[in-house]
Structure formats: C-alpha cells, structure tokens
Design a protein around this ligand. Structure first.
Ligand code: 5CA
Length: 440
C-alpha cells in the first residue's frame, strides 16, 4: 500500500479528552475516530489491526472445535421476555421500536437467540455437544463510556455458546474455551491471567475473567506471583479433545491463586503469603458456565440416550475483540508511539523513502516496494513528498514492527537501513538481505 493513496490522518497533538495512552495513541495514529459518545469508526489502519485480532480469535475458536456462524445485531424483545432478561437487563439495553411499534433491541449478548435457534433444530442427544460462535457488534448503553474502544457503547465481541448433555460435558467445553483463550492471548503477545470472577447479568456460578495487568485497568485484581511468568502459545499445545488430559492441564495451570475484587478468598491469600500480588487489570475475555439457566427458561429439551428428556447444560464465552486493540496498545507502547506485536500488526514493514524528490532514491524504494509485495510481505510505503523527519515520526507513531529506510547515501553504497521498532536497533544491509530479514 502506498501511503500517498491511503487514509492515515495522524496528528501531533494529544487529544485533550483522551485520558489513557492507548486511547490517545489510537486517535493520534489514525486508527479510530469517535462518531458519537462511545461509538467509533475504524479507519483503515485500525480496521486492519481489528481484522488481525479477529483472525487469531477465529483460528483458536476453530482449533477448540467451535463452529462459526453469524447472528444479527438487532433482536426482538419477545426473545428476551422468554428468559426474563428483558426487564432484568435494565438501562444498558438499547431498546428500539420498529414502524409497526414492535419492540426490538440492539443485542448486548446472544444467549437467548442462540438457545432459540439451536434449540428449535436439535432433536436428539446425538446432536450434542456443540459449541457455536460468532464475531459480531454489540451495544451496551454504558453509564460511563471511556478510554476509547476499551469501554465503548458499540463494540465487537466474539461470543461462543456451548450445549452439553451433562455437567461433565459442560465442564469439558469450559476447559476447551479456557485453553483457546490462553492460546489466543499468548499469540497476541499478551499475558492474560484467568481469574475467578463474578457472573453479573449472565448468571451461573463458575466463571473466569481474563485479565491483562495495566495501571490504567478498571478492575482491581489479586494473584500469586507465579502468574508473572506467563505461558507461551508453545506451552499450551495440549489437545482440546482429550477431556481428562485437558482437565489435568487446566487444573495445573489455574492452581495458583488469581481472583478479581468480588471473588477474593482470604484463606487463599494467607496461603499465598509473600507471593500475593495486587494490581489493576483490563478484562479482555470472560467465560461462564451457567448450567440450564437459559435452556430451562426457554424450554429447550432433547430426548436422551434412554428416552428421558434432557435439558442441555450451557456456557457462554466472550472476547472483547475491539477492546483488545486498546489493551494491546496499552501494554505495548513507548514515548514515540505504538509498538505493535508482529502477530497483529496491520502491515509488517514501513518502507520509507526519505528523499521523494531524488530520482535514484525513488527508483530504489519503488523496486523494494515491488519486491516486498511480490514476496507477500505486507508493506506500507511512505512515498509522499514529505520531510524525512515527519516520515520517521509517523512510522514510530503507528508502530509497524519493521522500518526499511531508503536514503541517498545508502543508495550510493548499495545499502538500506533496517530498524526494528520495538528495540530501536538499526542495521545497514543490502536490499537482498533486508528483504530476507523482514520476510522471515
Ligand atoms: N455473553 C457473555 C459471554 S459471550 C458476555 O457478554 N460476557 S461479558 O459481558 O463479559 O463480555 C465479554 C467481553 O466483551 C468482556 O470480557 C470485554 O472484553 C468485552 N466488553 C464488554 N463490555 C464492553 C464494552 N463496553 N466495551 C468494549 N468491550 C466490552
């Protein structure tokens, strides 16, 4: 992509109404624009980050055995009356009337809808277990939308729903999602800690929030210091299909104490002793096991193996996909801007021609651009007629993992400069070597 044809409205000034670094940087680096309180447009660069995150989430859901579908954003009030949540949900629900005066709502979550759809078509215990998910926009009329996409009103969520015949099955589904979540966050370079959590309006008694430690986080959390050395995706290679091996693995992982403020356990904190840590944290995911709460209320029953009717056991599993963009940036930035992890970078390389008016520089940079594209390396080529300084500042601000810099002196000697954004490390290399390096 040539920057001269892109839409990347970066700004120098820090927006006054943005309180935390990730929100300021997302605005300054041209990732998002607010269009109404708590509602954001995703500009081209932000949209690419969002899609990268979505892809990792999707790959890990698929690996866990979940099946993707897509449900609408607008739901009928009727559905929510069946579960009793239409009134219980309160002012966070955006209620809408259509031209026939029918009561509708913009979905804050989808337990009712999936139970209605899956329940109506499931006729036998042989069709269970299943885990279904979608990645769809939600709306919650938050009292205090803040921190940009971190607590928005409209936000993108991955929500999965499991249906099982019995509690043992439901716990296996829960473990599948626990593993998928740990892998998802590890792949994004995030150390997310699963913490025992409150269930709020979703219900049930078994629940974990996945928390990233950050001073600007909204939750107060308590945990054993062992969580400070998080697992990498490679250490999470267990198969999701072997229920007992997976149970043992998850039990081992979650043996160390970790709880949100509402779920503190004084006895376990005494046990942790000197190793007890406290911090602020950002909730990036939340999983729930709530048994038959919705299937019971909505009348879902299937004939079991010996003819008796079974009310399926459910869980639901959410990831804040749009919140993650803010959370990753909150966890990874410096004084010059965003530092994006390779796995979710919108482009891998910023190719910078520092002298657009120099024919030899332009030819060398054009050639590198052509070769990068041919090699399938995602590149944002700063071919604009701007000062070198401004181009460097933009490249640092948007935080692509690599900067490939073409200047007149280097061109003379047949070299280009390669800079790693995260470390600031610079190297002079031949164009061939630089290409091999960034393509690796
Ligand atoms: N139905 C369940 C699981 S599918 C559910 O809705 N869970 S939740 O309420 O915990 O939301 C799931 C995730 O969505 C949260 O962990 C958080 O990462 C994200 N989220 C929730 N509210 C917001 C918000 N206002 N802005 C951005 N992300 C949010």
């Amino acid at each position: 992509m040539r920057l001269s044809r892109y839409f990347l409205p970066v700004t120098k000034e820090t927006p006054g109404d943005a309180q935390i670094a990730s929100h300021q940087l997302m605005l300054r680096a041209g990732l998002i624009r607010q269009t109404a309180v708590g509602i954001y447009a995703w500009l081209p660069l932000g949209n690419r980050v969002l899609r990268k995150i979505e892809t990792i989430v999707r790959e890990e859901q698929d690996r866990a055995g979940a099946v993707e579908m897509l449900m609408p954003t607008i739901q009928s009030a009727e559905l929510w009356r069946e579960s009793g949540r239409y009134d219980a949900y309160g002012p966070e629900m955006l209620r809408i009337r259509d031209r026939h005066d029918r009561e509708m709502l913009y979905g804050p979550t989808n337990e009712e809808m999936i139970t209605a759809i899956f329940g109506a078509s499931t006729k036998s215990y042989r069709e269970l277990p299943r885990i279904l998910y979608h990645i769809q926009w939600k709306f919650r009329d938050e009292v205090r939308p803040r921190f940009g996409v971190m607590r928005g009103r409209e936000f993108l969520m991955k929500d999965a729903y499991s249906f099982d015949l019995d509690e043992a099955g439901a716990r296996h589904s829960y473990d599948r999602m626990m593993l998928a979540y740990l892998r998802t966050f590890a792949r994004m370079g995030l150390a997310a800690i699963p913490m025992q959590a409150d269930t709020g309006p979703i219900g049930g008694d078994l629940s974990h929030e996945f928390i990233i430690l950050a001073p600007s986080g909204e939750s107060e959390v308590f945990f054993h210091e062992n969580w400070e050395a998080p697992r990498t995706a490679d250490e999470l290679a267990v198969s999701p299909d072997d229920a007992s091996a997976l149970r043992a693995f998850v039990a081992g992982l979650t043996a160390d104490y970790a709880a949100t403020d509402e779920k503190r356990d004084p006895a376990r904190e005494v046990e942790a002793g000197e190793a007890l840590r406290t911090s602020r944290g950002i909730e990036v995911g939340h999983i729930f096991y709530f048994g038959t709460k919705y299937t019971e209320a909505m009348g879902m029953r299937v004939p079991g193996p010996d003819g008796q009717m079974v009310v399926p056991e459910m869980g639901s599993y959410g990831i804040g996909v749009s919140r993650l963009v803010g959370a990753v940036i909150e966890a990874s930035h410096d004084a010059n801007g965003i530092v994006l992890p390779d796995a979710i970078a919108p482009f891998r390389v910023a190719l910078i021609n520092i002298r657009a008016d120099d024919a030899r520089c332009a030819a060398a940079a054009d050639e590198l651009y052509r070769r990068l594209e041919a090699a399938g390396v995602e590149v944002l080529y700063d071919d604009r007629d701007e000062r070198g300084g401004a181009k460097f500042a933009t490249a640092d601000l948007i935080g692509l993992p690599w900067q490939l810099i073409v200047g007149p002196k280097g061109v003379e000697r047949g070299v280009v400069e390669l800079k790693r954004r995260a470390t600031g490390e610079r190297q002079e290399l031949s164009p061939d070597d630089a290409l091999a390096r960034v393509a690796g």
